[in-house]
Design a protein around this ligand. Structure first.
Ligand code: AMP
Length: 176
């Protein structure tokens, strides 16, 4: 995975001082890198029954759509509040300062469906935890969560595992 790692651009002090932004657009723009990332994220679930991938706005749409195609399953978007056109259910989650809300279409998941969560990166895990709650509230079963990048110091994977969610990541970066 050292190749994949070197394809990710690290931008210090973006969007604010002290944060290193891990920019995956440089990896997505590389044909072999993008393919390897999608393959790696989908691989642990290839022989399982996954009914749909839930992708989290916005980079989770790009990776999630490709992973869904690879697993021959559906794709369901989770978006920031007010963006989805049909009836939604929302879930609040904590940001460093304040709160945010993500939403899913209320009828997107059929109860009992097995759902894989996909996003580009897990930091504190707050976003993915909120996504897992939305899936559970619609009657879906969280079959796992797959991320390209983990920031282990922020403890997101531990948070998801504390809810019994199986996790899979390809690359870890130190720091925030
Ligand atoms: P969290 O809810 O703290 O796990 O944050 C995860 C979400 O924020 C993901 O959708 C990421 O795309 C984004 N994110 C958080 N930290 C970073 C970072 N250092 N670089 C790039 N994206 C980040």
């Amino acid at each position: 995975m050292s190749d994949l790692r070197s394809l990710i651009r690290s931008i210090p002090d973006y969007p604010k001082p002290g944060i290193i932004f891990r920019d995956v657009t440089t990896l997505m723009g590389d044909a072999r890198g993008f393919k390897a990332a999608v393959e790696g994220m989908a691989a642990p679930y290839a022989n399982e029954k996954i009914d749909a991938v839930v992708g989290i706005e916005a980079r989770g749409f790009i990776l999630g759509g490709a992973v869904a195609d690879r697993l021959s399953c559906g794709f369901i978007p989770i978006r920031k509040k007010g963006k989805l056109p049909w009836k939604t259910i929302g879930q609040q989650y904590a940001l460093e300062y304040g709160v945010d809300i993500i939403e899913i279409h209320e009828d997107a998941i059929t109860p009992g469906q097995r759902i894989l969560i996909v996003d580009d990166l897990i930091a504190t895990g707050g976003t993915a935890e909120a996504a897992a709650k939305l899936i559970s509230r619609t009657g879906g079963l969280v079959a796992g969560a797959s991320f390209l990048v983990d920031l282990p110091e922020l403890g997101g994977l531990d948070l998801l595992r504390s809810h019994g969610v199986r996790t899979h990541t390809l690359i870890a970066f130190e720091g925030h």
